[in-house]
Ligand binder design. Structure first.
Ligand SMILES: NC(=O)c1ccc[n+]([C@@H]2O[C@H](COP(=O)([O-])OP(=O)(O)OC[C@H]3O[C@@H](n4cnc5c(N)ncnc54)[C@H](OP(=O)(O)O)[C@@H]3O)[C@@H](O)[C@H]2O)c1
Length: 258
């Protein structure tokens, strides 16, 4: 492999901010990006879980700088404080934190609808906006948004979640075009079921799991590292001509018509 080829698959000297970096896909991505050479800032609410995440990534990659920043991304004041506290370069911003409140529309309160939008969509919009100066200074830079196949079609996950993820996919396209001139790429992934604490809330029901597998051509749910590696690819110089794209990570779910 030539030095040019090798550097296309590395993130040495780069710094990535990962929201929701203390669990599931975000934690797996933290290990993945640190393995590729990046320093990290991990963001989530629970400081203890964040510290455990920091210890686990530092334990595997002691030469990396791993910072943690507790913040509730649903709160505008926390987002403002977070953006101010992140000094130094930001080459990669991963908007990964997400929640769901699973109910039919007829049973949802407006407050529940707004809580899902606040974490899944508004926080992403606001963090992108607030960290734009850092991304510009650090360019070439990139943003990766963790959406969902629920943003592409109806799923049993409920409307607020689907609406927030569809919004995230469209925000990805708009930002990609607006920020291309700043040498900032913006992409998204759309996972189907990935085995994490969030998904296990429903996959632990054997009948539900069976119906998920029946709709999945690959007949299994995804592993966290399979989603994390797809996201890591979009962060790499190897993806330098890809922007505005939403990559399905779904075992074939989104192309399975019948
Ligand atoms: N797993 C799947 O099957 C699947 C499929 C499609 C899309 N996704 C998307 O993938 C992303 C990650 O999901 P996951 O399955 O890895 O979930 P997870 O294991 O539940 O992790 C969620 C992460 O987000 C953080 N978080 C939640 N609310 C937050 C808030 N208000 N402020 C800051 N951080 C917050 C959590 O930490 P704290 O609780 O400490 O804040 C945690 O680190 C989500 O956006 C989800 O919608 C997942």
């Amino acid at each position: 492999m030539s030095p040019d080829q090798a550097s296309a698959w590395r993130l040495d000297g780069r710094r990535a901010v990962i929201t929701g970096g203390s669990s599931g896909i975000g934690l797996s991505l933290a290990h993945e990006l640190a393995g590729l050479g990046a320093d990290l800032v991990l963001v989530a609410r629970d400081p203890e879980r964040l510290e455990q995440a920091r210890l686990s990534v530092s334990g595997q990659f002691p030469e990396r700088q791993i910072d943690v920043r507790p913040a509730d991304l649903a709160r505008a004041e926390d987002r403002e404080r977070l953006a101010e506290a992140i000094d130094g370069p930001v080459h990669v911003l991963v908007n990964n934190a997400g929640i769901n409140i699973r109910k039919p529309v007829s049973e949802l309160s407006l407050e529940e609808y707004e809580r899902v939008q606040a974490v899944n969509l508004t926080a992403c919009f606001d963090l992108c906006r607030r960290l734009l100066p850092r991304l510009r200074e650090s360019a070439p830079a990139c943003v990766v948004n963790n959406a969902s196949v629920a943003g592409l079609t109806h799923l049993r996950t409920g409307a607020p979640y689907g609406v927030s993820k569809a919004g995230l996919i469209q925000l990805t396209r708009n930002l990609a075009v607006e920020w291309a001139a700043d040498d900032i790429r913006v992409n998204a992934v759309a996972p189907w079921y990935i085995a994490t604490p969030l998904a296990n809330q429903v996959l632990s029901d054997p009948a539900y799991r069976e119906s998920v597998l029946a709709r999945t051509p690959m007949k299994r749910v995804g592993r966290v590292e399979e989603c994390a590696r797809a996201m890591a690819f979009l962060c790499l110089p190897a993806a330098s001509y890809i922007t505005g794209h939403c990559l399905s990570v779904d075992g074939g779910f989104s192309v399975y018509g019948f």
